[in-house]
Design a binder for this molecule. Structure first.
Ligand SMILES: Cc1ncc(COP(=O)(O)O)c(C=O)c1O
Length: 358
């Protein structure tokens, strides 16, 4: 992405999340570094004048727009207060008496174990592959007769590696029809590798063969930069979407979030350009890290994974002393760094470069 395009997508609010004097550069939560697009900010401002009214409970206009976009029926879409809320609603719907289990690869999205605990469900974890992608063979082997739902996170948070389309197809074919497969694609918009799975395409293929146990989660939090507004969506067979809607608190998706999401769907070109800036930075930062001697898996998301077993916390503390907040994981097995602006990423690279080795 040329510098001119970067400048164009660096409005004054660009650095807002890190604007507080003395605050570190925030590269720890996979947020977008960009402030809202002007058209989206205007839609939020317009909607703000009507917040004395409750929002549309079913987010009908937005569900209709998403249904058109994906070529599915509106009843197959469920909106939620972030895809995290939808994850929990899915787990609760799949394990209503708290007697079932959910399965997922590990390490993956940190909230999966939390959702199991909140729903009173058991959990089964399968290791990632040597390439840091979910190992779908291991995940299949981890399913038990009690498993009701399996999450496949692609690209995987926090490693960034995506599942390949052919592998996902073989997995869906092998999973028993009574187990709901949830393809969590929170980072889909950053995928630029044609061999990576497209969960919606996969789900549609299996639905057309009569399999109604495949669902897809996407979000407006990441590429669309609406993390603070809390809005995500599920694309699923009607019965699954219906169960998820029935498990939602009333009016959980705010009017501001609905308005912002609708305006975002009208700004495809600008959003694709912003994703282009991030994927350009992803390549640039990864190459620089590899050049500096780090091992960095090929990410398809808006972050990079540094497998720094035993040194992750030390690395994160080192970066923080240099004013950059990155995410070290609890078992000290690695560090995830979110792609920020070029300036922010340069600050991170400077910190990484003088991390003591050995
Ligand atoms: C893989 C994955 N799924 C879901 C979510 C939830 O995102 P949100 O609730 O903001 O839509 C996240 C957030 O980090 C994530 O990484």
């Amino acid at each position: 992405m040329p510098a001119s395009a970067q400048a164009r997508f660096a409005p004054p609010s660009h650095d807002a999340p890190n604007a507080g004097a003395g605050e570190p550069i925030a590269l720890a939560s996979n947020e977008s570094p960009f402030g809202p697009l002007p058209s989206v900010a205007q839609a939020i401002a317009r909607a703000a004048t009507r917040v004395n009214r409750y929002p549309d409970m079913g987010s009908a206009e937005l569900a209709g727009r998403l249904a058109l976009r994906y070529g599915v029926a509106a009843e197959q879409i469920a909106l939620g207060a972030g895809s995290a809320a939808l994850c929990l609603q899915l787990v609760r719907a799949a394990c209503p008496r708290g007697d079932g289990e959910i399965a997922f690869s590990w390490r993956s999205f940190e909230a999966y174990p939390l959702f199991a605990a909140i729903a009173g469900a058991g959990q089964r974890r399968a290791p990632l592959g040597a390439d840091h992608a979910p190992d779908l063979g291991a995940l299949l082997a981890a399913l038990s007769p009690a498993t009701r739902l399996v999450f496949v996170c692609t690209p995987n948070n926090p490693t960034g590696v995506a599942v390949r389309a052919a592998d996902l197809d073989a997995f869906v074919e092998a999973v028993p029809p009574g187990v709901l497969i949830v393809l969590d694609e929170a980072y889909r918009e950053f995928v630029d590798d044609d061999t990576a799975a497209d969960a919606v395409a996969t789900a549609r293929r299996w639905w057309s063969r009569g399999r109604d146990n495949v669902a897809v989660l996407r979000t407006f939090s990441k590429a669309y930069g609406l993390a603070g507004l809390r809005i995500g969506y599920l694309i699923a067979p009607p019965a699954v979407a219906d169960a998820v809607r029935r498990g939602a608190p009333p009016y959980d998706v705010s009017a501001l979030a609905q308005a912002a999401a609708l305006a975002s769907l009208d700004a495809d070109r600008e959003l694709a350009e912003r994703c282009g800036v991030i994927t350009h930075e992803r390549r640039r930062v990864r190459e620089a890290l590899i050049e500096a001697g780090f091992d960095v898996p090929a990410s398809q998301a808006n972050f990079l994974w540094l497998p720094l077993a035993g040194r992750a916390t030390r690395f994160a503390e080192h970066c923080l002393r240099r004013g950059v907040l990155v995410k070290a994981f609890a078992e000290d097995d690695g560090v995830r760094v979110t792609m920020g602006s070029a300036r922010e990423n340069d600050a991170f690279l400077a910190a990484a470069a003088d991390f003591p080795r050995g």
